[in-house]
Design a protein around this ligand. Structure first.
Ligand SMILES: Nc1ncnc2c1ncn2[C@@H]1O[C@H](COP(=O)(O)OP(=O)(O)OP(=O)(O)O)[C@@H](O)[C@H]1O
Length: 231
């Protein structure tokens, strides 16, 4: 569903991403760990089509991103660290707007159901998003991803700054999306969450994917040790 073939990004002489080879299957959650500047966001931005790779390819559902960015965006949902929404619109209105951009025209009841599914409490559905907490905005982001019926979900530090309960709820929703066949690539600094939610975990260092681990084969403590030895 999501493939990187020798994916490389250079800025002058500096290699931000070095020949990344990675395949993420439908229904798989892959977490990318690594220090600041390791190349996680660069990887995600190549799949989003935000940056052009210097060499290699990012491929989504068999389609090359660099050559077909509009087409591949239709299959994608993206949740950054802070989901950008219109503060003067309600959760329902934001969801209606962003899902309409993807070609979906939901009824108010359907929009409310989507927000409910994403874990946003009903009392907040018609309140202005400007008054939402960070976790509530992330949930609207999840609802947009569900509404778009995206085959691929890209997440860049989605749980950073969320309280443990909100972070746990977020992980549960990711698991549900993966059970429904969504391929998920998540950059994170949260080793514990990566272990809890992901099927496989990659550790990046200086633009290289240096280690890929099956999450079921390792404890959170062992993963932390491996991470510290690797970076
Ligand atoms: N436009 C740019 N010009 C030059 N260098 C850049 C540019 N964008 C990113 N880089 C460099 O590429 C490297 C990889 O950055 P990237 O944002 O992918 O790291 P990251 O792993 O996501 O880090 P963080 O955990 O801090 O988000 C960094 O050294 C960064 O300074």
């Amino acid at each position: 569903m999501l493939t990187a073939h020798n994916l490389t990004k250079q800025y002058g002489d500096y290699t931000a991403l070095n020949k990344l080879n990675l395949t993420i299957q439908a229904g798989e959650i892959f977490a990318l760990l690594g220090q600041n500047g390791a190349g996680k966001t660069t990887t995600i931005n190549c799949f989003l089509g935000f940056i052009q790779p210097s060499a290699g390819d990012a491929v989504i559902d068999g389609i090359m991103v660099a050559q077909n960015p509009t087409e591949t965006k239709k299959h994608l949902a993206y949740i950054p660290e802070t989901v950008m929404l219109y503060p003067n619109l309600s959760g329902v209105e934001n969801l209606a707007f962003f899902s309409s951009l993807a070609g979906f025209n939901y009824s108010e009841q359907e929009l409310e159901n989507l927000l409910q599914k994403a874990g946003l409490q009903a009392i907040a559905h018609h309140n202005r998003v400007g008054g939402y907490s960070k976790g509530m905005r992330q949930k609207v982001g999840i609802a947009i991803a569900i509404a778009k019926k995206a085959k691929v979900l890209l997440l860049d530090e989605p749980t950073s700054g969320l309280d443990p309960k909100a972070s746990n709820e977020f992980s549960e929703i990711l698991k549900e999306l993966s059970q429904n066949g969504t391929a998920i690539l998540m950059a994170t600094h949260d080793i514990f969450r990566a272990k809890e939610v992901a099927h496989r975990i990659g550790i990046m260092k200086e633009g290289n994917l240096v280690s890929v681990i099956d999450a079921s084969s390792i404890s959170a403590n062992e993963l932390e040790q491996l991470y510290l030895q690797t970076i």
